[in-house]
Design a protein around this ligand. Structure first.
Ligand code: PLP
Length: 377
């Protein structure tokens, strides 16, 4: 049996989430925008509950939630929406700042904006994957419009110092966007307390459905819509609401928050046990900070083995990743930013533990890696 340890790529949809979504596909199928008859009003009420559930997880008002089809769309809306609003609103600031280890769903829209006239600064990270706050402070000038820094890295699980970053941004009048796709439902995140103006999240990273996510917008943050049409989502994201997916996202966020503390303690203990076992193999290096990391992440580079051969052996028994699921085989830009060589990146293993992970999953993972490494060495 394949042991699934790739929860940063995606998580299984929780059975309770599926059950909550079920009636909204064909029994209660009305469009919440129709508004004139009871089934439509019931659908609108279900969407309103989902909006409250998502907002509550981030300690924000319901009106701050803009539903999207995922974190990629939320990031595009945040970054391009802020840039366009600045152009239209006469804000002279144009500078965009980010980190080299961000997800492509942040780096690519920022690169697009750069090609359209917005100066872009991509800052390096320290050897442990965290940003140096002095370097960051020096990069935020009077012409900086927005900073985008993720809450938790999808490859190495590293957590950035969000509260300190948020304070720097507020001090300098810089908007702070945070891609929290890997963090919501996994670590506590009070958006306003952390000084975050815009926050992206994704349903399928927290045991919810695929194809749904949200952008949370602090009231008053100027944002121009990037999809025009029927005026849904307060005019910020046109298109008929996918009621079952929104209901599923709301329930998934609520359930993830409910078991977050228990789950993170349990998974951190399992992860630590896995790390101890891997470390005992010798010449195994941990990628990213061990102290400031998601409780369910472990990313290692194995020395003395060929990465391709290692993963060819592992894939019979383990669902793990050698980098980002979105990076399509190219060497990981995140591991490169930590100073890892191409061969070290290729011989890296990303473990993402999840709700169903237990001692037997760790035993299976450790046995598979031990046998492969012993044979290859
Ligand atoms: C940090 C991060 N941002 C954005 C995304 C994209 O999310 P979605 O699949 O919801 O578009 C991912 C998914 O891999 C991610 O890990």
């Amino acid at each position: 049996m394949l042991a699934y340890l790739d929860h940063h790529a995606t998580t299984p949809c929780d059975a309770a989430v599926l059950a909550a979504m079920a009636p909204w596909w064909s029994e209660q199928f009305a469009n919440p925008s129709s508004r004139l008859y009871r089934p439509a009003l019931e659908a609108a009420a279900a969407v309103a509950i989902a909006r409250e559930q998502v907002a509550a997880a981030l300690a924000m008002p319901a009106a701050s939630v803009v539903f999207t089809c995922g974190a990629t769309e939320a990031n595009n809306l945040a970054l391009k929406g802020v840039a366009e609003a600045a152009l239209e609103g006469g804000n002279p600031r144009r500078g965009l700042v980010t980190l080299a280890t961000e997800h492509r769903a942040v780096l690519d829209p920022l690169a697009w904006l750069h090609r359209h006239g917005f100066p872009l600064t991509v800052l390096p990270v320290e050897a442990d994957g965290r940003v140096d706050l002095d370097r960051l402070a020096a990069a935020l000038g009077p012409s900086t419009l927005l900073l985008s820094v993720m809450a938790a890295n999808n490859e190495i699980g590293v957590l950035q110092p969000l509260a300190a970053i948020g304070a720097l941004c507020r001090d300098r009048g810089v908007l702070f966007h945070c891609d929290a796709a890997q963090a919501v439902g996994h670590i506590p995140l009070a958006m306003d307390e952390l000084g975050i103006d815009l926050l992206s999240l994704s349903g399928h990273k927290l045991y919810g459905p695929k194809g749904v996510g949200a952008l949370l917008q602090r009231p008053g943050v100027p944002l121009a819509p990037q999809q025009h049409g029927g005026g849904q989502e307060g005019g910020l994201r046109a298109g008929s609401s996918p009621v079952p997916l929104l209901v599923g996202l709301g329930v998934a966020v609520t359930l993830a928050e409910a078991d977050r503390a228990e789950r993170s303690g349990r998974l951190a203990a399992l992860r630590n046990r896995l790390w101890q076992g891997l470390e005992a193999l010798g010449d195994v290096q941990r990628n990213g900070s061990a102290l400031h990391a998601l409780p369910h992440n472990l990313n290692v580079s194995v020395g003395g083995v060929d990465g391709q051969r290692l993963h060819r052996m592992l894939r019979q028994r383990l669902a793990v990743s050698s980098g980002s699921a979105c990076s399509q085989g190219s060497p990981s830009h995140v591991l490169a930013a930590l100073g890892r060589s191409r061969s070290q990146a290729a011989a890296s293993i990303r473990f993402g533990l999840g709700r169903a992970s237990d001692d037997s999953t760790m035993d299976a993972a450790l046995a598979a890696v031990t046998e492969a490494v012993t044979e290859l060495r």
